[in-house]
Every structure is written in structure tokens, then in C-alpha cells.
Design a protein around this ligand. Sequence first.
Ligand SMILES: Cc1ncc(COP(=O)(O)O)c(C=O)c1O
Ligand SMILES: [Zn+2]
Length: 413
Amino acid sequence: MRHLPLRGQCYTSVVARIAYLECTKCGAHLSAEQPQTVCPKDGGVLYVRYDLAELKPSFTAASLFGRTPTMWRYAEVMPEAEPVSLGEGFTPMLPSREHPNVYIKDEGLNPTGSFKARGMSAAVTMAKAYGLKKLAAPSAGNAGGALAAYAAAAGIEAHIFMPKDVPPANRVECESFGAKVTLVDGLIGDCARRVAEQKEAEGWFDVSTLKEPFRIEGKKTMGYEVAEQLGWRVPHGIIYPTGGGVGLIGMWKAFAEMQELGWIGAERPQMVAVQSSGCAPIAKAWDEGKPTADLWANAETIAAGLRVPKAYGDYLILEILHKSGGVALSVTDDEIMDALRHWARVEGIFAAPEGAAALAAYRKLRASGFFGADDSVVLFNTGSGLKYLDVIEAAKRGPRPAARQIGGIIGPH
Ligand SMILES: Cc1ncc(COP(=O)(O)O)c(C=O)c1O
Ligand SMILES: [Zn+2]
């Protein structure tokens, strides 16, 4: 039975199913009874751990039958709190009309038009359960809109810092949801700095990407859905437009959990991280065989969500690419725009530039022979093109819109 904590009630009741939070660097265990950010010892990203062995007998794939068609259908492996839900998740897995064995997971159909809804639904759910009243995040993209929407639904304040040249759709939706938007004369790193400087005095809880453990839990549900929608099989490959890489990290966690639950075997998809050639720190680190990525200078791309010069979880992304036999690659903005138009005309899907990068990557990987025609590959369209009308119009007219540059260690999340 789900329930909210009463004022003053011990947090334990809302996190009963969570065994502990585990540091992905040193393995330290932390309690989920109070809000956590990153490992206090080494800044490692924290994973939420459940007692899967205890869940296994009753939490079967068959038990999902008839459940709500949202990401909360996987309730046993989600935080036990009353979900702050707007119907996120369980998005369509569309067979491509062009490429046999290719599927398009259309995340543009989520509330607020992107997969960021999943992470924010989970993070705001926990924020509400913990009794937090004010959340803050830097954002140059869809995460701000998602945070604003879920905060509105939860009756929590949202403080969002965006560069002053943020895409209009993102700013307008945040303001419409009643969020306090601060436009910063600077780059996303400057926005992150403003949040860091002000959060203590203002009493804000920082829900920056990977610095809050539950956004991964929301995004991992994409992995559960891929397996469920393909009849409890994992595809040969998954192509994921990678900025901070939270979805890729989350899906990999989901596959491990599903194996422990006995829902899938040891097989894993080859995980592919696609970036824009104007900001490709992960692809560069991959090519150089490094375990972490260097900060990318002068990040510049029409795919706003991929403008992450230094992903906080770079070590996790690169490890997953290696373990899965995957690859990281970059595609140009022109290739992205071409793929965007092509998808719209051939598939009837109006993708975000970030999502269209997945098709551009698939084309390259087919041409190079990395994937064959028989390989089943899931392409993630992470957002709706409707939020990028200015970018798409400007690209149609010829010269690209003035590039927005960002710096700093926190991306547009
Ligand atoms: C549409 C879209 N796709 C992809 C990304 C990158 O997401 P991740 O941080 O999970 O790599 C973003 C991030 O803002 C986004 O808005
Ligand atoms: Zn640690």
C-alpha cells in the first residue's frame, strides 16, 4: 500500500523497499532515509539498491499484466512513495517503416515532450516524500521543463537557472508551470554555479543530473520497457543520444536488475552513445581509450541536450560501452538535420535533434558494418521536435542559428 509520510513521520516508511544507496566508485552504502546527493567520500554517483532476491518470487514479468501503462508499472523496483505522475513512460516502441529490425522508442510522447519526464517524476516523487519544499536545477534544455511540471504537480517550488539564450519553448513552459526562472548572462556552467552558490541560503535541494540518485531510477524504466515491449528479449543494439548519459546508465542498471529477477538472461545489447561532433567528449575519450572524458572546449551544436562538455558520470558511460561491446561516435549537425527531416517524412515522427542523432548514428553504423541488416536495434528518439521549431526553421533557411556555447561540468539537464 502506497502512502505519504505524515509530517514528522520517519522517512523509513517511504523507502522501505530500498535496501541502501551504493556508491559507484567506492561501493560505500548510504541510507535512503534522508535525501542524498553523491558519495561524501569521493563524489561518486549513487545507485539505488533493492533486495531483488526477496522480490523475485512475487515480482514476476507476468505480474505486470494489467498494470498502469506508465513507468510506475515497475513499482517494486521504484521508490515506495506515492508517485507524482503525469503519465510518463510506457512510450511506443515503433517498428521502423524503413529499416526491418529497427525500432524507434518515441520518448517525445512523454509529458513535457521528452524523456526527462521520467527522471523528474521519480526525483520529485522522492522530494515530496522527503518533505522537501524547494528544488533547484541548472538547465538549458528539457530537464527544466520537466522539473517545472512535476514540481507544479507536487506543489513544490522549482528554481531553474537557464542561459539567457535558452530555446524559447523551454523557458516559456517553465514559466507557465509557475517555476522561478532566472536567465543567466553566461553558459550552463555559470547556471550551475549560481545554483551551488545560492542553494544553502535559499534552502534549495539541488536536483542536478546524477547528483540526485532517483533521476536514474526514473530513466532506468526505459530499459525495462525495451525488454517488455520486445517480449522479454533485449535487442542487439541500443542507440542513445548521450549528453550526461543518464538514460544509458539507467538502462544498463535495469538490465542487471532484470537478470537478477530472472526476467532476462546474461545477454546485453551493444550500447551505443551518439554525440554531436560539436560536443563529443565521450566519443573522443572512447577513441583515445580513456576511462574518463576531458572537458570539451567551445561546445556548439543544435542538439541542445547533447551540449555537455563534461558528463559527471563519464566513467560509468565509458565502462558500459566497453562491457557491452558498444561504441561511441559523433555525427554532425548537418547529419542530424538530415536525419530529422528524413524521419519526419518516412516514419511520421517529428524528432528532437538529439533523437534524430540516433538515426544518423544508425546510418553510419550500418555503413561501417558495425550493425547488420538482421540486427535488432532500438533507436531512442529522446524528445519532440515541437520544442525546437526555431532551430528547425533556422536550419531550413540556411546558415545555422547562432551557436550557443556552454562550459562547466554540468550539462543542460
Ligand atoms: C532531447 C534530449 N535528448 C538527449 C539528452 C541527453 O540526455 P542524457 O543526459 O540522459 O544523456 C537531453 C538532455 O538534455 C535531451 O533534452
Ligand atoms: Zn564513494
